[in-house]
Design a protein around this ligand. Structure first.
Ligand code: GDD
Ligand code: MG
Length: 399
């Protein structure tokens, strides 16, 4: 593929924030003599370089009761060398949707000669492994892993660590275009190939996010993302003293991290998860608060943002109310409760939420539930319970 070079990088302490880079060409041809503009304005990521990263990457797909056809499309878009990790919270009673997902994945892996891992989020063995390894906070009152995509993501990070992958990318299961799934992974690999630090993150910005109403309308940005971006940029601006609009992916569900970074971060539940990742990186490595990990700060954390060619079309679950209440409130709460957030930003967040009717006058957003970094889990103990017990809820879809 061919992408724009990093034309501009802002720094927040030891965090390097790269401006959005556009994907210019999905296929940039054979590796060969460099074009005169190569590495100045554009970067060619040769297929072989991309593959080097893909084979070290796990792609985690969180799924809960999605149409099977969509799931099949998503897995078919993931480049062959990536390991697929599916964390499902789909129903198992009445119609066993989890079994359907497992069967579809098994069949796909057999035909395409590749491997994948699928696990149910409510697998009691998984819960036992988490309890024994010091991660009981992920469990609910019933003793099983709590509901939520974020909780599924944490499980996937632990599994990827166990399997010794170096990178993990997240892709939702409700995506209509396998081609866009393929492009996300190519962007992940491109970002990691450009990273100079082992602590790196790649976030996806969609070229368009079409809405089907009367005909098709190709929107550039989601409404929620625009608002979250504005407030997270204020957070950076306040702390660096320089106004910025660098972050354009505060709510990026499609994103990837080096495992070394993923293991270090605390995670928030629900729609706060993606915003909280950024906030945590700024808190820990921005240099304003005491540095959490000086060795990491030395190498720096690098954040890439890529704009894809493919539009993003996923399941439309409905109303503005869903979007704003479910998404905006937790995202802005993650910013609000950061020690980096000053009085004025807090006031602006409250104003934003009140003016949208999401928060009552004089209300205060609740702090999203936080989970400790996966690094604090005793992976050895986790492994002792996990491997021989990957059934019956889960199966290694490999022969
Ligand atoms: N494992 C697991 N457990 N997966 C879940 C759960 C759960 O409890 N709940 C939802 N999922 C899966 C869905 O099946 C889907 O594949 C993915 O998580 C995202 O859920 P959606 O319901 O499609 O989320 P969304 O479209 O509203 O929001 C997406 O985009 C936002 C940014 O625009 C998500 O990626 C958000 O995380 C993101 O903030
Ligand atoms: Mg969705």
């Amino acid at each position: 593929m061919r992408v724009e070079t990093q034309r501009y990088t802002e720094r927040f302490g030891s965090v390097r924030l790269n401006e959005v880079q556009k994907d210019l060409e999905l296929d940039s041809g054979r590796a060969g003599a460099a074009h005169p503009l190569e590495n100045i304005a554009v970067l060619k990521i040769v297929e072989e370089a991309s593959k080097d990263f893909e084979e070290k990457m796990a792609i985690a797909i969180p799924i809960k009761n999605e149409k099977l056809k969509l799931f099949e499309g998503v897995i078919s878009g993931i480049p062959h060398d990536c390991l697929i990790i599916v964390v499902s919270n789909s129903q198992t009673k009445r119609v066993d949707r989890f079994r359907m997902e497992r069967d579809a994945l098994n069949q796909y892996c057999n035909f395409t000669r590749r491997s994948a891992l699928i696990i149910h989020q409510k697998d009691p063995v998984l819960a036992e492994a988490l309890a024994k390894s010091g991660y009981a906070s992920l469990l609910g009152e019933d003793g099983l892993v709590k509901d939520g995509k974020a909780e599924g993501m944490i499980v996937a990070i632990l599994l990827a660590s166990l399997i010794k992958k170096s990178y993990i990318g997240f892709i939702d299961a409700d995506n209509y275009f396998p081609g866009s799934v393929w492009e996300y992974v190519k962007c992940y690999a491109a970002g990691f190939s450009l990273a100079k630090s082992p602590y790196s993150m790649v976030r996806i910005l969609w070229h368009y996010k079409p809405k089907v109403s009367e005909g098709m309308f190709f929107r550039k940005l989601g409404r929620v993302s625009e608002v979250t971006n504005k407030h997270i940029n204020s957070l950076i601006s306040f702390n660096t003293g320089f106004e910025t609009e660098i972050i354009r992916t505060a709510n990026a569900g499609e994103h990837a991290m080096s495992l070394r970074l993923a293991e270090l971060l605390p995670y928030a539940t629900g729609y706060a998860v993606e915003t909280q990742e950024l906030v945590s990186i700024f808190e820990e490595f921005g240099g304003v608060l005491p540095l959490a990990q000086s060795t990491v700060a030395k190498r720096g954390v690098e954040i890439f943002q890529f704009e894809t060619r493919n539009p993003h079309l996923h399941e439309d679950r409905g109303s503005t109310e869903h979007l704003e209440n479910d998404m905006l409130l937790p995202s802005l709460s993650a910013i609000y409760h950061s020690p980096l957030c000053d009085k004025t930003i807090k006031e602006n967040i409250i104003k934003e939420l009140v003016s949208r009717g999401i928060l009552k006058e004089k209300g205060k957003p609740l702090r999203p539930r936080q989970y400790k970094p996966p690094k604090e889990v005793d992976l050895k103990k986790f492994q002792e319970v996990m491997p021989e017990n990957l059934t019956p809820y889960s199966a290694l879809a490999e022969d």
